[in-house]
Design a protein around this ligand. Structure first.
Ligand SMILES: [Zn+2]
Length: 302
């Protein structure tokens, strides 16, 4: 049973997490945090899109001559590594002008406050998430309320709308509300070109129905639209042009397998997977279905 629970926790990424401050360096205490935060050499994915996160948590840098965009900030303790990855690629942290986020949990937004401080970037988020980022507190409408740690509050967060496109220099990145994992989940799309070829990136937010024990996606007073939100997100992600799927946890989109293959062949074709978004949605739909069945069976047995 313990093993089963552990396997389940690993599968869903559910964490009992706290953050302690050990001198300057915050340290998250969670089952997978150390492994997630393992050092990863930064590299170009395609064109002006680079991977700058640790091995287990994505952080994506999109560059332009007029400044850069950073997508996601991993764990609180990931800030220094992300900044050094940006520098290792030859870019300047102070040239990051915009930071955006998939969802507000500590493992994807934990370093944003610090990265904003060192870069001077603005932070933009869709409405629900912007409210959370400003306080750092986990709200009751978050399915993981009570089991995950808060994040450092981010002083200035601009609220943006669904489908709004943000521009920095030649970069145009569009927000897509894809709620469910949190009520404010946001996916992002942009194009990057290499040689004469342009590819459509989709950074799809987590779509796993992970929660605190007492939370039910089928009937939550705090998050009554959870199921219809998931459906809305599935429809939206299915509608996007998707050459390269990226996800907050790289493993969720088989990213490293694609990167490794490209490493061998040198061909961009090996990192492209036009069916990636459809498979991601199919998996998420199946996981949600299983979760709904479990909740219904749990109620029936009471
Ligand atoms: Zn999460």
């Amino acid at each position: 049973m313990v093993r089963l629970l552990h396997a389940a926790a690993l599968a869903v990424g559910l964490l009992l997490a706290t953050t302690s401050t050990n001198g300057q360096q915050p340290t998250s205490v969670c089952g997978d945090c150390a492994e997630w935060n393992a050092r990863q050499e930064p590299f170009r994915i395609v064109g002006n899109t680079y991977y700058v996160g640790p091995r287990g948590l994505s952080a994506i840098l999109i560059t332009s001559d007029a400044g850069h965009v950073l997508l996601d900030g991993a764990l609180p303790e990931s800030a220094a590594g992300i900044a050094s990855s940006v520098r290792a690629l030859g870019f300047t942290v102070g040239d990051i002008r915009l930071i955006v986020n998939s969802h507000v949990h500590f493992d994807h937004a934990g370093a944003i406050a610090e990265l904003q401080r060192v870069s001077g970037a603005s932070v933009a988020a869709t409405s629900w998430s912007a409210g959370v980022l400003r306080t750092g507190a986990v709200p009751r409408s978050d399915p993981q309320f009570g089991v995950i740690s808060p994040i450092a509050a981010i002083p200035n967060v601009r609220t943006i709308g669904d489908r709004e496109t943000l521009r920095i220099g030649s970069i145009a990145i569009t927000a897509h509300e894809t709620p469910g994992h949190t009520p404010g989940g946001t996916s992002w799309t942009w194009q990057s070109c290499e040689d004469s070829r342009c590819v459509d990136f989709v950074y799809a937010d987590s779509l796993t129905p992970v929660s605190a024990d007492e939370f039910q996606f089928t009937r939550s007073r705090e998050y009554p639209n959870a199921l219809s939100d998931f459906e809305r997100s599935f429809a939206r992600l299915s509608s996007l042009q998707c050459d390269i799927l990226l996800t907050p946890h790289p493993s969720a989109s088989r990213f490293w397998q694609r990167v490794d293959k490209r490493q061998v062949t040198g061909s961009v074709d090996d990192i492209i997977d036009t069916g990636g978004c459809a498979r991601y949605v199919d998996n998420a739909r199946e996981r949600l279905l299983q979760r709904v069945k479990l909740e219904e069976a749990g109620r029936a047995s009471k």
